[in-house]
Design a protein around this ligand. Sequence first.
Ligand code: TXA
Ligand code: MG
Length: 317
Amino acid sequence: MNQLAPCSIDSLKEAAKHLKDGALVAFPTETVYGLGVDAENQSAVARMYEAKGRPANHPVIVHISDQNLVGYWADEIPDYAITLMRKFWPGPMTLILKRSTNAKDFVTGGQEYVGLRMPANPIALKLLSEFESLGGHGVAAPSANRFGSVSPTSASDVKEEIGELLREQDLILDGGSCEVGVESTIIDCSKGLPRILRLGAITEEMIEEISPIDSDSDLEEIRVSGSLTRHYSPRARVVVDRAAQPGEGLIALSDIDTPKDVNRLCTPNTVEEYARTLYRSLRKGDSEGLGVIVVIPPSGNGLAAAIRDRIMRASTH
Ligand code: TXA
Ligand code: MG
């Protein structure tokens, strides 16, 4: 099948069955599209890694729709992590917790920690709860792009990235475009204080309202592929430190003018709109065959910092 499937309740029930039978199901979340498989099915996880072209020793986030499942996957959960879940789940936040014996090496990348997230998108939540009602405990899902490339924010982006690698029983659920547009905030909860591993829409300022943050920058003991310096890259060269020249692409907030003969890829009015349209605009630059895309990063804290993080990675070649 593997064409874009509509998202009626019946089709989500059907998709949950496919997951339970070991198929790959790409689904929308509020951040980006995920490429889901049963987190307890080793061969399905292996096939997902293969479709992504991702090294097997990278951990993958387990998605759940029910907070009661946290104890299935994780042990020794600190109080601040419980407060974070209560406050920001469902939402764009992934917590890294000490794994239980149920979290096998093939989802944790052999590490003692498991990543958990409850997404806010209603299609994702319904898919997960249907999967759980069939006896599943969680859906392992990385962003549904090929390793190192830009995360997909629409079903057609997913199809472009991995459509050809899907098999008969695999599905891409079409839930329109993602509301947030950049990946979830990842918070390491393995120590006495939360530590941010990847910036996202749950911001430093929001987390600080719950607990002081450990700003120790030594990330050695935890592997986060999104923290590889070069990541989230389009084919075009992304340039951040000069004005756009004729024939080049430009991504910038709407208060910045477009120089003559420059291909304006988007004109977001707000930081939220910037996050929502960034990846789509990078893809658009690629589909128009641009060699260079000049990106003028937004200033400020919060989501703007997450956008700058992704732009910096996209610009490292
Ligand atoms: O918004 C998101 O987080 C999306 C949607 C689909 O939920 N997912 C996503 O997954 O961005 P992915 O695999 O593309 O990026 C997740 C990052 C990876 O860099 C991975 O290394 C890290 O999370 N991660 C996952 N589990 C981990 C763990 N147990 N320990 C450390 N890092 C982990
Ligand atoms: Mg990714």
